[in-house]
Design a protein around this ligand. Sequence first.
Ligand code: SF4
Length: 347
Amino acid sequence: MPRYSYSAINTYLNCPRQFLLAYVDRREQPRTEAAAVGTEVHECVAEYVRHLVRAGLQTDLDYIASLGVSSDARGVLETFAGTHLFEPGDYLVEHRHQVRLAEDVDYSGVIDLLRDRGEELDITDYKSFWRALSQSEVESSLQLRGYALLAFDLFPDARRVNCRMDFVRLGVVREMTLEREDADAVRQELLRHVSAIEKAKEAGDFPARPGGHCDWCGGKGDCPALASGLEAITCAADAAALADEYIVLEARRREIQGLLKPYVTREGALARNGLVVGYHTSDGVSYDLPALVSVLERAGYGILDYVRPDATAIKKAAKADSALAEALTAIARDASKSTFAVRREAA
Ligand code: SF4
């Protein structure tokens, strides 16, 4: 019977070929330094939480000082201890559970922290990376919803699960809540993904889909989507190979930016080979519009040469006023333009 985890499903959604290599062929995945640090941080936080739960403590800085861990992990633990006080209660730490999604499919996961509060459960997923996901990303997180499904199965009397993503390096926590009535929709969503993967297995169809996740892939060396080495486009296949490479670079650029932003916010910009990477503050002023109009008029300047329409505000007003929308349509000029970019295909 196939058993799926969030990690397997997410790998498939990111890149079907990576899923094939990691979960079907069982090819060894690279253990990068960043992954090793992430694992250590995760283990340390779990160990610290276990200690607090066992000892019934709210915080314990001495315990952190006694742990033989890297300075990076110690820094994270200290941030964690400074921003979290543990209330006494019934907790499960790093608890593995699996549910039956359908007659022949199981779904399993390890919940970092679960607190049983009777009709309500609190689950926390600790994240050791350097970017706090936005509230909307957290609300649409399949991983959290999958954990909630496991928690509902573990505690049949619970009516609600409060799910948290705790970005331990940053001291940021984001939350969303799932009601028991939502559990079936999560089950169906997971089953839809599982069914797509099973179909791909039957058809042997695992296309490479490059992106930032390539960093963690054991199939980079022989991946057809990477490292084209092309200097010119001579056919459609060359163009496709370069497009794949461009997508990887774009995704990687965004990831690197996400990693660097918190660092340079904390430590300042980085000077590298005559270039400075970081936040650059430029001078700028703004004007109160009526005051600006009055100054321009007094000085004998035409207002229309210096004041631009606020297209966003006009669009908003037109949305709420059909007569205005009609009048604007009559005077609108086409200002559409084409931009070279990577975007999702229209569904
Ligand atoms: S290197 Fe990237 S595109 Fe190729 S299989 Fe791995 S994740 Fe997919």
